[in-house]
Design a binder for this molecule. Structure first.
Ligand code: SF4
Length: 364
């Protein structure tokens, strides 16, 4: 299918079932993460998956490094509510074993799974079990002949590899396929998925691989995933951080919420402060952010540093405070409601949010 001409017009994809989650079609964009624990340590892996799910993960992947890890999937599945994906490198038999033990999807890297026949054995097994398969093309492990032809692990080289392996699957009438083309280069990631969108209507798992820690990883992931989503590309997203899985999920939610592609809780709008700022704004914003942590209402809360431009700058907010030297003005959609003393600002805002309608219909 061609890439949507209009921004945010979602690319049409086939729906693929992954346990109790649909990837692609009209389904919401699913959030994925990967457990950082050793899968053989089932207790820790279960705890990590449960934490990720309570943060908002829809699907969690686990590394399958040996037979013990493949077997652990059976026990993990009993204790978690989300689909579990087995991540396989090199050994196709581990993929088959993981499927036998209940994996809802297997992620295989065609560049290291050992050739067409082994890939097809895994795909046919997945099909027979009602599970999905992700062709996870990675710029770091492309086939030798493709690397020789393209010289660098470019977007074009990744697309060539993906096309080759998709044709193997389609010739054998394999369904339930998800595609990813990941590079640690944000540019090549965007180029790869954008090029690939013209060749297939299988849904895409998108993300920037090995994005790094903290600000670096969050920025690269947000630019890469955000750009693709704005082009309508992406059916499931994974933010890949050197950090806890829950941070990956939090970042994924904020990316989706920033683009109005999902609503997971309050959206804080706060001004950057400037020479007109009349209060120490940062601690106020931090206290409000902390107080809103457990609230899931899709409400926009603005906190502005001066009464001159504050309400005007946050016209779209459901509720806001424009702070001043002698107290703040509570406003809603840019219109003043009442004056609030400086020491009441945080409590008044939080109280307003708590009493606000919780359904999206109740919020304009
Ligand atoms: S809202 Fe006021 S204090 Fe904040 S950036 Fe704008 S002008 Fe400056």
């Amino acid at each position: 299918m061609p890439v949507a001409a209009n921004l945010f017009e979602r690319r049409r994809t086939r729906p693929v079932r992954c346990g109790n989650v649909i990837i692609g079609g009209d389904a919401k964009i699913a959030i994925q993460t990967m457990a950082k624990t050793d899968t053989r340590d089932t207790k820790s892996t279960i705890q990590e998956i449960q934490k990720a799910v309570s943060e908002g993960a829809d699907i969690v992947r686990v590394a399958v490094v040996d037979h013990e890890a493949a077997r652990a999937i059976k026990d993990i599945k009993k204790e978690v509510s989300c689909p579990v994906v087995a991540d396989i490198h090199f050994d196709y038999e581990l993929a088959i074993e993981a499927l036998d033990f209940g994996a809802d999807k297997v992620r295989v890297n065609p560049g290291n799974i050992g050739g067409k026949n082994k890939l097809l054995k895994v795909a046919m097994k997945a099909q027979s079990m009602g599970a999905a398969i992700r062709l996870g093309i990675n710029s770091g492990s492309l086939e030798k002949d493709i690397l020789e032809a393209y010289r660098t692990p470019s977007a074009e080289a990744m697309v060539e590899s993906a096309k080759r392996h998709i044709s193997y699957l389609e010739e054998n009438e394999i369904e339930n396929v998800v595609i990813s083309l990941k590079s640690s280069s944000v540019r090549e990631t965007i180029r790869g998925y954008t090029l690939m969108a013209s060749y297939t209507d299988w849904p895409f798992h998108i993300g920037v691989t090995e994005a790094g820690p903290g600000y670096i990883g969050i920025t690269k992931s947000s630019v890469g995933i955000g750009t693709l989503l704005s082009l309508g590309i992406g059916d499931t997203i994974r933010v890949s951080l050197t950090g806890p899985a829950t941070d990956e999920v939090k970042t994924a939610k904020l990316i989706l919420q920033s683009l109005d592609l999902g609503h997971f809780g309050p959206d804080i709008i706060s001004c950057p402060t400037c020479g007109r700022t009349q209060v120490d704004l940062l601690p106020i914003v931090q206290q409000v952010e902390e107080g809103l942590k457990e609230i899931r209402k899709p409400i926009k809360v603005a906190i502005m540093g001066c009464p001159v431009n504050g309400p005007g700058e946050a016209k779209e907010a459901d509720v806001g405070i424009a702070c001043g030297r002698d107290g703040g003005i509570l406003f809603s959609y840019g219109k003043p409601i009442k004056k609030v003393s400086n020491d009441e600002i945080v409590d008044v805002l939080l109280e307003f949010v708590r009493s606000y309608p919780s359904s999206p219909e109740g919020v304009n």
